[in-house]
Structures are given as structure tokens and as C-alpha cells.
Write a protein that binds this ligand. Structure first.
Ligand code: RP5
Length: 184
């Protein structure tokens, strides 16, 4: 993945970037959920350590290019989200990518322990889907028809989540009742 992959449906509002193409398996759910909500987004590799000038240029130009949120994933010494946050006024959501060693705790701490004044909204280790959902919520909090439409879509999404959770509870209760273990 060396080229910017722009989605149809308008100029990208969310930039989904990562330190290496080896992060893509972890990061793909962010792009998938943005697609589910119809949010135009782009995907690229922007390495803080291997292409530092290009990384800084990406962050510095992001707002003027029309991006409104950046989702940045990295593993190990995961400096990408924080460095992007240092050069853009946009909200940056960090995704700690778990590598083969240290289980992602290294990535998590590298991303979440930002100095005062430079926030990165950090999701759970490997949870790029939540990063995409948070990006949708940020866009949904704005003014205008697009934001209102995203808010409605998020409310529907939350209703689906609740229905699924309730259905799972019912299945569990029934299986316990069938086994004579029900308590309610
Ligand atoms: C980080 O180094 C990347 O975000 C990736 O998680 C990790 C390993 O990169 P590769 O060596 O697989 O390219 O900067």
C-alpha cells in the first residue's frame, strides 16, 4: 500500500494512516466501518520513522485538504499518532497495533501518554473499528445535513447493538433455563 487509496462518494473526510502496510490487517476495520457509514476516507502508509518529512507534510496539509479526522495506527515505538497531532489542529485517534512481542502494551503506552496540550484519543489495543466509530461520532457532532444524517445513522447503529445484546442475553437465559439453572 504505497498509494493513497481514495474512496468514492466525495473528498475524504477521514484519513486512515498507519506506520507500515503490516498494520493493515489491524487497521482495515476502521476503513470498513467508515464505509458502512458512507464516510469518504483515504488510506495510506505514513511512517513517522521511515518517512518523517512526508509524515509531517501529511499532517500539516490534512486540514486544508479537507480531512476532518485522522485515524492513525502504529505498533511498537508508535510515534505516528502523536507526531501527527503535533502538526494538525484536527482530532487524531490513535490505534495501538499489537506486534509479535509485548502484546501491544508498548504501542498503547507510546500513543496514550501524550504531553499536555497535544491530545490523541486512544482506543483499545487493536480496536481500529472503535477508532472508525469515534471518527463517525466526531463528524456526527457537527452542524449541517451530513452531521445530522450521521447522528441518525449512529442512533440506528446503537439500537442494533442493544438489540443484539438483548438477544444474546435471551439465548443465555433460555439455555440456562433448559438446563434447570435459570434464576429469573
Ligand atoms: C511501526 O513499526 C509500524 O507501525 C509497525 O507497526 C511496526 C513494524 O513495521 P514493519 O517492520 O512491519 O514494516 O512503525
Amino acid at each position: 500500500m504505497s498509494e493513497r487509496d481514495e474512496q468514492p462518494g466525495g473528498a475524504p473526510l477521514v484519513g486512515v494512516v498507519m506506520g507500515s502496510d503490516s498494520d493493515w490487517l489491524t487497521m482495515e476495520p476502521a476503513a470498513q466501518v467508515l464505509a458502512e457509514f458512507g464516510v469518504p476516507h483515504e488510506v495510506d502508509v505514513v511512517s513517522a520513522h521511515r518517512m518523517p518529512q512526508a509524515m509531517l507534510a501529511y499532517g500539516a496539509a490534512a486540514a486544508d485538504r479537507g480531512l476532518r479526522v485522522i485515524v492513525a495506527g502504529a505498533g511498537g515505538a508508535a510515534h505516528l499518532p502523536g507526531m501527527l497531532a503535533a502538526v494538525t489542529p484536527l482530532p487524531v485517534i490513535g490505534v495501538p497495533v499489537p506486534l509479535k512481542v509485548l502484546d501491544g502494551l508498548d504501542s498503547l503506552l507510546s500513543i496514550v501518554q501524550m504531553p499536555a496540550g497535544v491530545p490523541v484519543a486512544t482506543v483499545a489495543v487493536g480496536n481500529a473499528r472503535n477508532a472508525g466509530l469515534l471518527a463517525v461520532r466526531i463528524l456526527a457532532a457537527g452542524e449541517g445535513a451530513t452531521a445530522a444524517s450521521l447522528r441518525a445513522a449512529m442512533v440506528a447503529f446503537q439500537a442494533d447493538l442493544e438489540a443484539t445484546a438483548r438477544a444474546r442475553g435471551e439465548v443465555l437465559r433460555r439455555s440456562r433455563d433448559a438446563a434447570g439453572q435459570g434464576t429469573r
